[in-house]
Design a protein around this ligand. Structure first.
Ligand code: UDP
Ligand code: MG
Length: 309
């Protein structure tokens, strides 16, 4: 077994219905690769029997990391990154939407092409139309923000070289988005097509509000575009306001005071517009200030309670 060691990192949050099936499919794949490997399951504060099930499988090859509460998928994967020891690290969802059988393909591409990151694109995605449309918007948006062309950001079935993972861990980022973060440390990125299946059991752990919050993390972690947008919008509004003011003054001179009194409601409308714009501006600024606050506190993004076995 001279080939480099593989670490598979899987975040788990209330997945008791799928875990047995996951082991059933994942372990033969890993054994079949005939090389050193480890599976790292990160329990992201599950409230069901997930942890018990995982612990019953804990061994030298199956390491269970227990977080002290629910920190979210990306924080959980980070905890796995910190714990893993492999040369190639593969991330995977627990719900079997990403078939474990694809892992050897990812590793193969990684090793033949000397890539640092191998992403994957979901063929025939088995999700609701709403989720698919949302993803399309997110993918287009992320491409613009990060300037990296990846077709499918949402797919967590990805492989990373050890140094990329180490850089990510060292960057100590809070509320981040791993596929995007990885691209800032990797030059050679490959993409392969993988199958996508329906969730084996249970429900998606992402509600609409959690999805929106993830998208927000993505935007504010990787770009200051909203801040710039605010500046441009502010400039535009100021010019419009000045123009409108001049127009009103000229009309007042031309048509007299009676006309101007009737314009008072227009003024109100303009005022509301500006007040609204100001609030928007403060809101965006507040978001970044909040992030600075979070970072300077240097509170850990997650805390590991125990590692089994
Ligand atoms: N997950 C997690 N913490 C969370 C939410 C999700 O560890 O707060 C895990 C979940 O157990 C699964 C993966 O992240 O392994 C993806 O979640 P899910 O399948 O619910 O997301 P979707 O496929 O709907 O995007
Ligand atoms: Mg899923």
């Amino acid at each position: 077994m001279s080939a480099s060691k593989i670490s598979v990192v899987i975040p788990v949050y209330n997945e008791e219905l799928v875990l047995e099936k996951l082991f059933e499919r994942l372990m033969p794949v890993m054994e079949g690769m005939e090389r050193d490997y480890e599976v790292i399951l990160v329990d992201d504060g599950s409230r069901d029997s997930s942890l018990t099930i995982m612990r019953s499988h804990a061994s030298q090859k199956v390491i269970v990391v227990e977080l002290s509460r629910n920190y979210g998928q990306h924080a959980a994967v980070f905890a796995g990154f910190e714990t893993c020891t492999g040369e190639i690290i593969v991330t995977l969802d627990a719900d079997l939407q990403n078939p474990p059988e694809e892992i050897p393909h990812l590793v193969e591409v990684m090793e033949t092409g000397e890539y640092e990151v191998v992403g994957s694109v979901r063929m025939m995605r088995q999700d609701t139309a709403f989720r698919k449309t949302a993803s399309r918007v997110v993918n287009a948006f992320t491409r613009r923000i990060t300037g990296v062309h990846l077709s499918d950001w949402g797919c967590m079935l990805r492989a990373y070289k050890r140094h990329v993972v180490e850089y990510m861990v060292a960057s100590h980022e809070h509320s981040t988005f791993i596929p995007a973060l990885a691209t800032s440390f990797a030059k050679d990125i490959a993409e392969i097509e993988v199958k996508h299946e329906e969730r084996f059991a249970g429900e998606s752990k992402y509600s609409l509000s959690k999805l929106i919050s993830l998208q927000f993390d993505l935007v504010t972690s990787f770009s200051d575009f909203p801040l710039k947008l605010m500046l441009y919008a502010g400039l535009l509004l100021a010019f419009l306001g000045m123009g409108f003011g001049t127009l009103l003054a000229v009309a007042r001179l031309a048509f007299g005071a009676a006309w101007a009194a009737e314009g008072i409601f227009t003024l109100f409308a303009v005022l509301f517009f500006f007040v609204g714009a100001q609030f928007l501006a403060f809101g965006v600024m507040g978001e970044y200030v909040g992030r600075i606050y979070k970072e300077v506190k240097k509170r850990p993004a997650y805390t590991i309670r125990r590692i089994y076995p």
